[in-house]
Design a protein around this ligand. Structure first.
Ligand SMILES: [Fe+2]
Ligand SMILES: [Fe+2]
Length: 307
């Protein structure tokens, strides 16, 4: 696999779009039924914040990129994830789900993820972020959007998500290129680097917030009337794409995330008892303990003028 990121950067530049490209008042909003609205609203709220999690992750990666092309790519991805969040907010507004200046609240598990990123993302190495982010992207960022399209027939929603999906396909291609790059080099070097970078309490904390987040989103998917198997298919992709690269397979953290992915897919595995318990337990965390949402997550706007 090539580690020349220049052609990808060119593709990303050519694929830029803006909220202003979409006619937010075009007909079709009435296709959202009253029955769909409350569940769709909850789903969209979480989706908006998951985009922000992606944005924050890419911001942390851009400073650690080993070459200027990759740095620029991550800067674009940071902006793109924010754009996704803003476009989803604009959709929510179109569907009458938001009051004028309202920013929706994320669920507790998403909030914990935001807190973790705020505190620890910048301390993580590129190899940690570069191994974890692809799983977030296959399982949540990219996949949730696709599930939504099956439920919603508003043509504007389809138009928006066609753009988001093509951004996401470039994110994924880059994510897996970076994984391959991280695993390139002699096994010994990869091992020493990974172990030195991986064994940190903050990473363990990260996994503790990530496990219930995934199960919580599964519950949201089921609440929307979709099969949880759809999520598992998405999780499976991490392994099916990752395994194609001998370099990626050398990464110990990749192997760990892959194993966790396998447990997620196996619905009868005791993992789910633990993860579901964690969803319940985190549900009892009082709001005041979680604190205010960090300022970087407050850059949201549904205004079409935003980039
Ligand atoms: Fe996204
Ligand atoms: Fe993404």
């Amino acid at each position: 696999m090539t580690h020349d990121f220049a052609p990808m950067l060119a593709k990303i530049k050519a694929g830029q779009w803006a909220l202003a490209d979409i006619d937010w008042d075009a007909p079709g909003a009435e296709l959202i039924t009253d029955e769909q609205r409350p569940k769709l609203r909850a789903f969209m709220c979480d989706l908006v914040w998951i985009e922000n999690i992606g944005a924050r992750g890419f911001a942390a990666m851009s400073v650690k990129a080993p070459n200027p092309e990759l740095r620029q790519i991550y800067e674009y991805f940071h902006a793109e994830e924010q754009r996704h969040a803003n476009a989803e907010l604009a959709l929510m507004r179109r569907w009458g789900m938001l009051d004028h200046d309202e920013t929706p609240e994320p669920n507790v598990n998403v909030k914990l993820a935001i807190e973790w990123l705020d505190r620890y993302a910048d301390q993580q190495s590129l190899s940690v972020l570069g191994t974890v982010i692809p799983m977030l992207e296959v399982a949540l960022d990219g996949a949730l959007v696709k599930f939504l399209l099956e439920e919603v027939s508003d043509p504007v929603c389809h138009q928006v998500f066609a753009k988001i999906n093509s951004d996401e396909s470039r994110h994924l291609a880059t994510d897996f290129m970076v994984l391959d790059m991280l695993g390139a080099g002699p096994v010994r070097k990869v091992l020493i680097e990974s172990i030195g970078n991986t064994i940190r309490p903050s990473l363990l904390l990260g996994l503790l917030m990530y496990i219930p987040l995934l199960n919580k989103m599964r519950d949201n998917i089921v609440a929307m009337g979709l099969s949880e198997n759809r999520l598992y298919q998405a999780v499976r992709r991490y392994e099916s794409v990752g395994e194609r690269s001998a370099n990626t397979r050398k990464l110990p953290l990749y192997q760990l995330i892959k194993q966790q992915g396998r447990m997620v897919i196996d619905r009868g595995h005791p993992y789910h008892l633990v993860a579901d318990f964690m969803v319940k337990a985190t549900g009892f965390i009082p709001k005041r303990v979680l604190g205010a949402t960090p300022s970087w997550a407050r850059e949201l706007t549904y205004e079409p003028i935003s980039a």
